[in-house]
Each structure stands twice: as C-alpha cells, then as structure tokens.
Design a protein around this ligand. Structure first.
Ligand SMILES: Nc1ncnc2c1ncn2[C@@H]1O[C@H](COP(=O)(O)OP(=O)(O)OP(=O)(O)O)[C@@H](O)[C@H]1O
Length: 687
C-alpha cells in the first residue's frame, strides 16, 4: 500500500505552491505513528484534511510537505478522481489541454493509480467514462464530437507506437519554441468508453514490463495515452479541441534494491536518466530559469506542453511509507513540492487549423457532392434513348428481312455495355455512400443518449454529479484555507502584537529571532541532506556506469573477436543523431555510406547470404556467431629469437666503442599493442 500526494496546476498564472510548508510546530506536535517503532517501521503520515504529508526523519528533524491534496493508503482512486481529476477532464471537454502524470519510486502504485484493476478502476478508465457520459447526455446537446486516442511509450531511447501492430518506432519532430510533436503516431477514432478501454488494453499488451526485486510487474517504459476531444457547436460552427495526456512514468529505482542486471540494468539507467531530466526541467521551471532543458530527453520533449506550457497539469506523487524507502520517499516529496511552484499558461484551443473534425466534414461534403454528380449522370444515361434490346430468337424464328444479323448483334452488345456501365456506376456510388457513412459514424452527435436523459434517473444523476462537484470544490477550498490559516497564524500573531512594555518587545523579537534561526538551521540541514542525497545518487550513477561499462567491454570483446577489422573501424565512427533518431556516419569521416545487410538467400538458413554464395569466400559462408571460431588475438609477447652464431674475430684490434645511454639504444622490436575497440576503450571509461 502506498500514499498519494497531488499537485495541481490549474488556472492561468496560478502558482502551484499555493500551500507553503505548514508551521513546524504541527510537525513536531504529532507523535510518530506506532508503526515507526514496530517490526516494519513506517515513516510517513498523511493529513488529508490539510493536504500535508509528514516524514519522520530517523536521524534529524521531521519534515512536513503540503500539497493541493494528500491521500493515505485507505483512499480510493474514485475519491482522487472525483476530487481532483474530474475538474481537469471537464476543462479538457471545454477545449483546454490537460495532463495527469504519476511519478514515484518503483512499486509504489503508479500503474495501479492510472489503470487500476477490476476492484478499483484507475484514473484513465474513469476519465474515459467521464468523457463519454458528457458526450452522451444533454450536457453537450447541439454539438458534434470526434474523439480519438493514441498510445506511445518511451522505451530505452525509442518512442514506440503501442497502437500500431508492429509497435513501430516514432520520431519526435519540432522545435523548443514551436513545440514538439510526433507526426506518425497511430490515432484511433473511438465511439464509446469501451472502445477507448480496448485501445488502452491493446497498447498495454505491447508495453514493456519486467520483473525486478521490488515489483513483479514493473513498467520498464514511460507510457503516454493521449486523448483528443474535438467538439463543434452546430449553431456557430466553432470547434474546440481538448487534449488529455495520461502519463504513467516508469519508477525511479536503485540498482541495489531492484537487483537489476543485464537488460534490466540498461532499462533502469535509461529510466533514471529520463526522470532526472524531468527533475531538471521541473527545477528550472520552478526557479523561473531563462533556459529550460526540454531538449535533454525525449520524455521532457513529449511533456513540454504539460510542464509549464499550455496545459492544466496534475502530478500524482506516489510514496511508500516504509522506513527502508526513506531516501526515495524524501526525493519524491521534494520533487512534487518543487513541481507545485510551476505556473502553467492554459489557453482554450479554439478553431485550430489542424482540427480533424473539419477535415472529416470537408471530406463528407466532397463525397456527397460527388455522389450527387454521379446520380445525376446516371439519371441522364437512364433517360437517354437506349438501343432497343433485340428480341430473343424463338425456336422457330421469323425471318426479318430488313434487319441483318450483325446489326442485331451490335444492338445487343451496346445494350449490354450500357447496362454494365450503369451497374458499375451504381457500385461506385454505393462505395462512396459507404465511405460517407463510415466518416459520419466517426462523428458523434452530442446528447445521443438524449432519450435516456428524459428518464428521471439520468436527470437526477446529472444533478447528483453537479452537487458532488460543488462538495469537492468546497472541500478543496477548505484544505486551502486550512493551509493558509496555518501559514498566516504565525505571521499575523507577530504583526498584530502590540507591545505594552519594551521588555515584551524584546521577548517577542527574541522569539522571532529564534524562529528565524530555527528556520535557518532547517534550511542548512536540508542543504546538507540534499548534498548527501546528491552524493548517494552520484554513487549510484557511478555504480550503474561501472556496470554498463563492464557490459560494454563484454560486447566490445565480442565485436573485436568476431567483427572484421574494416567493419569495426566503421562502427566506431558512427555518431547518434538525436534529431533523426539514427546512428549516422559523420560527413567528414570519408567512409563509404553504410549499406544494408544482405538478405538471406531464399530457401537457406539465415546465416548464408547471396553475397557469401556469390563470392565463394569461406569467411562469408557462415555468419552465425555461434558457428564461428574467434580470430586469434594478436600476441602480446615476442617470439624468442635463437642466438646467432658469433662471427669469427677480426684480425685487427676492435675500435673503441662509443657509450650509448640505455634510453637511446634502439630496441629490438617495438611492442605492438593490439588496436582493438576494446583496448581503445581503455581505462578511461566511456562517455
Ligand atoms: N493503493 C493500492 N491498493 C492496492 N494495491 C496497490 C496499491 N498501490 C499499489 N498496489 C499494488 O502494488 C503492486 C505494484 O504496483 P504498480 O505496479 O502499480 O507499481 P508501479 O509504481 O507502477 O511500479 P513500476 O514503477 O515498477 O512500474 C501491484 O501489485 C499493485 O496492485
């Protein structure tokens, strides 16, 4: 079980840090929960009524963080949806962009929060039902809707399309100023909430997941489910487009806890890297820094609008209460607290140029006009005097002396041709009609469940929903007020105090000074802690890097042993291009452009290719690594040269030998270091 804290970025210019940290006295006045000292100690206590989370520090001062809302492990996802997410989805239906993303340590219930299970439906399916209840009831009468969804994941360094059959890789295009977008992602038009749930499940089946020591079904990728709702008012014709990003991030993880190795390790390194970039973006936005490093990772590019852009955003931070996870919980709480300071600038998307709804309507109009043209042409053909069909010859034909047989045959064939062309026209027209119907079916008329709405049941359901909304609004305001009261209690007490005597004033100012000093001590402690956390993270990163280097060395050793020298040199010159998502040869490398690997020869096993067969070179015959023998590594020792027989001594006395210092003496043979990729990597490591 985990606790969930929420930060909401709602209105324009609205500071997410509405609630400052509550006075420390609240934190200290509370006794730690019994579980803190129990066999499985817990260090987190949640105060839902004031949106606060208290973290017991086993070594020093406790910490108290306040958010727009905080939920303990007993809270249901339904409550979170109704109180926090419902208003956001409502504004998406009104043409705003919205984003909900779940962040936290691995295994703390992010996927559970977003997707849920049979007993407790997650935020994503609840959002689907909300959207379709809105469309089907009178809440959107006199409107036409087009709802579509896309689902992508960021796995290792690839963006993959989860709704495409082959899970194809996608490229992120665009610039920081104009915004990033993914042009080729599959977009599925939906006609009901069930359609959307089906799309989500289909995507989940393709999503990367794996087992770690901390989670049996750990998400190994960051997943983004994008819902686009286009709404057109039938009276004015204006179109509003709301986009909802539902993001399930992969969990931050420590290698020593998850026991990740091999592929899991590579995934963990990428996950942590992307989350760290996200943290940097959040920090830059919170500090109003002039440069926000969106370009640093694909995750931050995808979420650019949701972070400090044109979007209302909710961050759900999941934390585990166990003392064992203290460091990760503190990091998550700080991360979320910082996110509260981000100011978003949501704007209603009205009449955008790329509205699909308008495209569809234009296409429907065009097809209808085409159908009308064809029908008119068919009528004209039908009305035109057609050659009379020659009567079938009876068994005993009367001999027609005026009309020869060939003319009759001509008439017959003309008639048949006219009939077949009419038939063909009819087929084409019905094909066009089918296409129009198909396009029209994609567009949903608002208030489609209007008849049902006439039922008292539905009417009262709407009223109930409205009341519920009012109650949650009131509740939210209460939490806000409580937080404000806590904050201002302190300051007003100081400001409004009138001092009867000088001694009173001195006492009061001493008290204030003490508070300031204690705050100062808290901040210093926080800095020390952050430094420690940073060091721990750095050590973790170094360990991870060492493990990755070891893995890389293994692969390079394989490459050195099995890949021919020419190919290896080429591979070492490749550079990764972030923009095109490809490994490329630098233009100045002077190397031939890469050619495609030859295809397997038809009817043979994969390793034998056409080139190999044509060249008849034994080295190409077998490309299967398992069947190959390693090339002998270059020797690092010299062969022993047998001693030469001494020449016979010359008759003259030998000349005086000049003294040669040992350093200038020519060596017999320079020691040759093998120039392999593995050795080039050397002890310096890899960047
Ligand atoms: N509030 C909760 N109520 C019931 N079960 C929960 C809750 N939170 C988490 N779980 C359970 O804990 C397990 C781990 O949760 P989940 O897979 O959602 O974690 P995660 O944060 O998405 O992990 P990762 O980052 O590794 O993907 C699941 O079996 C899930 O059902």
């Amino acid at each position: 079980m985990s606790h969930r804290c929420l930060c909401v970025g709602a209105e324009e210019g609205h500071a997410l840090a509405r609630a400052a940290v509550a006075p420390p006295r609240c934190a200290r006045a509370q006794r730690p929960p019994a579980a803190v000292t129990g066999p499985r100690p817990e260090v987190v206590r949640v105060y839902p009524e004031r949106g606060a989370v208290q973290l017991y520090n086993p070594k020093g001062e406790d910490k108290l963080f306040t958010y727009d809302a905080a939920y303990d492990s007993t809270a249901t996802t339904a409550a979170i949806y109704d109180e926090m997410v419902r208003p956001l989805v409502a504004s998406v239906l009104d043409g705003f962009n919205g984003c909900v993303f779940a962040y936290g340590q691995t295994g703390t219930g992010k996927t559970h929060t977003m997707e849920g299970n049979a007993e407790d439906e997650g935020l994503v399916p609840r959002a689907f039902r909300h959207i379709w209840t809105h469309i089907e009831t009178g809440a959107s009468r006199d409107t036409t809707h087009l709802v579509s969804c896309s689902y992508v994941e960021l796995y290792l360094e690839d963006v993959r399309d989860l709704l495409a059959k082959d899970c194809k890789k996608l490229t992120i295009r665009g610039q920081e100023l104009s915004g990033f977008y993914i042009p080729e992602m599959t977009s599925v038009v939906c006609r009901s909430a069930d359609d959307m749930v089906r799309a989500m499940r289909a995507g989940n089946r393709q999503r990367a997941a794996g087992r770690t020591d901390m989670n049996e079904h750990s998400s190994r990728s960051h997943a983004v489910f994008l819902v686009t709702v286009e709404t057109q008012r039938r009276d004015t014709g204006t179109i509003r487009v709301g986009k909802l990003n539902l993001v399930d991030l992969a969990g931050s993880e420590r290698q020593r806890k998850t026991g990740a190795g091999g592929e899991r390790l590579r995934e963990a390194a990428r996950i942590n890297q992307a989350l760290s970039s996200l943290g940097n973006v959040i920090a830059a936005l919170a500090e109003n820094s002039p440069h926000v490093p969106y370009r640093d990772s694909k995750l931050t590019r995808i979420l650019q609008d949701s972070l400090g852009g044109n979007s209302k955003t909710i961050m759900v931070a999941n934390v585990g209460p166990a003392a064992y996870n203290y460091d990760e919980t503190l990091t998550t709480l700080r991360y979320a607290h910082r996110a509260k300071a981000i100011k978003n600038k949501p704007v209603r998307n009205e009449d955008p140029k790329d509205a699909k709804l308008r495209e569809y309507q234009a296409e429907i109009e065009r097809l209808r006009a085409l159908i009308q043209q064809r029908q008119a042409a068919a009528l004209a053909v039908a009305a035109a005097p057609r050659p009379r069909r020659a009567p079938r010859r009876s068994a005993a034909p009367a001999v027609d002396v005026d009309r020869p047989d060939s003319e009759e045959a001509n008439l017959e064939s003309e008639h048949l041709a006219a009939e077949s062309s009419i038939e063909e026209e009819r087929g084409k027209t019905s094909e066009l009609e089918r296409r129009v119907l198909e396009l029209e079916e994609r567009l949903v008329r608002g208030g489609g469940g209007g008849k049902r709405l006439l039922d008292d049941l539905n009417e009262s359901k709407l009223v109930l929903e409205r009341r519920q909304h009012e109650i949650t609004e009131r509740k939210k305001r209460e939490v806000e007020m409580q937080q404000k009261i806590d904050l201002e209690e302190e300051t007003t007490a100081i400001v409004t105090n009138t001092f009867a005597t000088l001694q009173q004033e001195v006492d009061h100012k001493t008290q204030r000074l003490k508070k300031c000093l204690s705050k100062y001590a808290c901040i210093r402690e926080e800095i020390v802690e952050q430094r420690e956390a940073h060091d721990a993270e750095r050590r973790e990163q170094e360990a991870l890097q060492a493990a990755l280097i070891a893995e890389l060395r293994r692969r390079l050793l394989l490459a050195d042993s099995f890949v021919p020298e020419a190919g290896r040199a080429l591979v070492m010159r490749l550079r990764y291009n972030d923009d095109t998502d490809q490994w490329e040869l630098p233009p100045d490398s002077g190397a031939e452009p890469l050619t495609r690997r030859p295809l397997a020869s038809a009817g043979r096993r994969r390793p034998i290719c056409d080139v190999a067969l044509a060249e008849r070179a034994p080295r190409h015959r077998c490309e299967n690594l398992l069947d190959l023998r390693p090339l002998p590594l270059p020797s690092t020792t010299r062969a022993y040269p047998p001693p030469q027989p001494r020449p016979a001594p010359p008759p003259d006395p030998p000349p005086q030998r000049e003294h040669v210092p040992p350093s200038t003496r020519p060596s017999a043979a320079p020691r040759v270091r093998p120039s392999t990729a593995h050795h080039r990597l050397g002890a310096t490591g890899v960047r």
